[in-house]
Design a binder for this molecule. Structure first.
Ligand SMILES: *Cc1c(COP(=O)(O)O)cnc(C)c1O
Length: 405
């Protein structure tokens, strides 16, 4: 019978041999690379939204807390609560907005909220007052992203209006780049505009303790965009936002499976749905227990690379919900041979960037898409330190006033 794969560190047990390995040494390395790039004076918020880009929000956040991350960025209240329940006491910014009726848990869990409307500012102020707390907020300014934020022209007025609210702590101000990878001028103008706003406000006595703009691409491509905090996600997971960048990263996530069934087929045999692949000669076809139900993109059918016995092969036929086939020719394969879909095997490697290119998407979507059906196994020096039942992961942001308990 198949032995359950068990990770010592996470005490995982599972019987379908498809899993993701998260290399915390690589995570630590990449975080160190960011630290090197921005220096000691600039704070680092790592964005851990969407389950830390599929890497596991709690283990990744705990590992980063141990390594001295200053702030965590999430997309929703719920993600913030998940971190608090895992005893992560670092400051946490909700990068998205929320409905004014939903502010209670923001105060209860001491989360920092992005604000770009008066309604939300008033709702937070009121709830904070009721609880005799302060609500820490960061103002989001739209300098060109056209997504979320108070528009640049209205920002000063808006801030002057809400700064009198007694239970709000206007801790931060930030903006976001839509074209950091494609348009240097546009991005420079955004940086200039954001700078000007900060200086204008300072002249009027309004100073934000945290000012930030740079995502991964901003951080690498635009040193002037660092302000006093940066907000990388992608690079911390070891993925490049663009080719030929001057930073060395190590991929954190590997996606692996095992051969669970083999067929020996004659030439001319159509395989899987639609028979879009036909064997060209007598051949061996292996069956892998992974599919689009795990987030392995269906449009990698007939083109997705896989590594078996240290060699590159290509997915053969349609990728199904739970199964994928690979024609391996006359290669001597055995049941339970390990197969790599993302990561290294021998001298070969497959990067999330390559799968993204082949499937017509971005690497973010590849790693975020890996489903909850795929267990994550944590490797590396930190893997023993992130699973405590009682530890409190609490480094804290030096820029933050202690009156926010
Ligand atoms: C996700 C996100 C980031 C991180 O972006 P990367 O490209 O992954 O570095 C930064 N800022 C905001 C507002 C985000 O939503």
């Amino acid at each position: 019978m198949t032995r359950p794969l068990a990770s010592k560190t996470m005490r995982l047990k599972f019987y379908r041999p498809t899993w993701a390995e998260i290399d915390l040494d690589a995570l630590e390395y990449n975080f160190g690379q960011v630290r090197k790039l921005v220096g000691q004076k600039v704070k680092i918020m790592v964005t851990v939204k969407a389950d830390a880009y599929g890497h596991g929000i709690v283990p990744v956040s705990r590992a980063l807390a141990i390594k001295g991350v200053d702030y965590l960025g999430v997309a929703s209240i719920d993600e913030g609560i998940t971190l608090r329940k895992a005893r992560i006491n670092l400051p946490i910014l909700i990068l998205g907005t929320v409905l004014p009726n939903d502010v209670e848990p923001i105060l209860k869990y001491n989360l920092t909220q992005t604000v770009c409307t008066e309604e939300l500012a008033y709702a937070l102020d009121k709830e904070a007052g009721r609880r005799k707390q302060n609500a820490a907020i960061h103002i989001k300014v739209d300098t060109g992203m056209g997504r979320l934020g108070v528009s640049y022209d209205k920002a000063k007025n808006f801030i002057q209006k809400i700064k009198s609210l007694r239970h709000l702590d206007l801790e931060g101000i930030f903006t976001h780049f839509p074209l950091a990878d494609t348009d240097i001028n546009f991005t420079h103008n955004q940086i200039k505009a954001f700078n000007k706003l900060i200086l204008d406000l300072e002249r009027e006595g309004i100073k934000f303790r945290l000012q930030h703009a740079a995502n991964s691409m901003g951080l690498i491509g635009f040193p002037q965009s660092h302000f006093n905090m940066v907000r990388p996600g992608l690079v911390v997971y070891g993925i490049y936002p663009k080719k030929n960048l001057d930073i060395k990263l190590k991929p954190v996530l590997s996606l692996k499976t095992k051969v669970v069934f083999l067929n020996r087929f004659p030439q001319g045999k159509g395989i899987s749905y639609g028979h879009i692949y036909t064997t060209k000669k007598d051949t061996t076809v292996v069956n892998l227990p992974i599919g689009y139900g795990d987030g392995y993109p269906r449009n990698l059918s007939n083109i997705g690379p896989v590594l078996i016995r240290g060699k590159r092969f290509v997915v053969s036929g349609r990728i199904c919900m739970d199964q994928t086939l690979v024609d391996v020719g006359n290669l001597k394969v055995r049941l339970a041979d390990e197969v790599v879909l993302i990561g290294r095997q021998g001298r070969e490697k497959i990067l999330a960037e390559e799968l993204a290119r082949l499937s017509g998407t971005i690497p973010y979507e590849i790693v975020c898409g890996i489903g909850s059906r795929v267990p994550r196994i944590y490797l590396g020096k930190l893997s023993n330190k992130i699973e405590g039942e009682t530890e409190v992961y609490n480094i804290g942001c030096p820029g933050r006033k202690s009156r926010h308990k």
